[in-house]
Design a protein around this ligand. Structure first.
Ligand code: ITT
Length: 201
């Protein structure tokens, strides 16, 4: 059994992507399902990085195991970077993915394509039981469409068009999304770090 790492996220979409990408490493990946009753602290930071660290530190201090937390979201240029760190609750606390992207489409109604540039961003915080902390980041550029397309993925994927792929993130297969996504890029950096860490010891 490899090093135990707790994924401190309640988002099933994130869990699947992270597990798929880290598959093959000598890690014993557990989730919050294995720690019933463990709640994450409020995300009151002002950046993805800060919020990822808040979640990872909170879970690490309560469990004593290594914790990986993901804070991510969508930045739309026309909206000055919104929904940003508010992406999960853009249409209100507890809003569904669909309610969130419907609100986004409404905010962008009538805005021409060249002004609909956006990017997904992901910050992954890894906090070790000895208190060591590391953050890995990745981003993916795209354009917000006027209507949803595709049934894969989660969150804003159906309205996020990736010009280089000619598809929305929800039209990509899970493997395709995991070869280009903001989360995949951050996880690639994390993987390199883990490989080096274990080489040294
Ligand atoms: P945890 O805090 O428990 O991890 P969460 O969903 O609340 O789960 P965030 O605060 O990081 O997580 O919010 C991220 C939101 O950004 C997420 O709910 C999606 O709406 C959006 N998002 C992040 N990554 C995405 C992706 O790969 N595709 C589509 N939308 C994404």
């Amino acid at each position: 059994m490899g090093t135990k790492i707790l994924l401190a996220t309640a988002n099933r979409g994130k869990i699947k992507e992270i597990k798929d990408i880290l598959e093959g490493l000598d890690l014993d990946i557990v989730t919050l399902d294995d720690y019933p009753g463990l709640s994450l602290p409020p995300e009151d930071g002002s950046t993805f990085r800060e919020n990822a660290l808040i979640k990872a530190r909170g879970a690490a201090s309560k469990t004593g195991v290594a914790v990986l937390a993901d804070d991510s979201g969508l930045e739309v240029d026309f909206l000055g970077g919104l929904p940003g760190i508010r992406s999960a609750r853009y249409a209100g606390t507890g809003a569904s993915d669909k309610e969130n992207w419907l609100k986004l489409l409404k905010e962008l109604e009538g805005v021409p394509e060249e002004k609909r540039r956006a990017r997904f961003r992901c910050a992954l915080a890894l906090v070790w039981p000895d208190g060591e902390e590391e953050v890995f980041e990745g981003s993916l550029d795209g354009v917000i469409l006027g209507e949803p397309r595709g049934g894969h993925g989660f969150g804003y994927d159906p309205v996020f068009f990736i010009p280089g792929m000619g598809k929305t993130a929800a039209e990509l297969t899970p493997n395709e999304k995991n070869s280009v996504s903001h989360r995949a890029k951050a996880l690639e950096k994390l993987k390199n770090r883990l490989e080096n860490r274990y080489k040294k010891s």
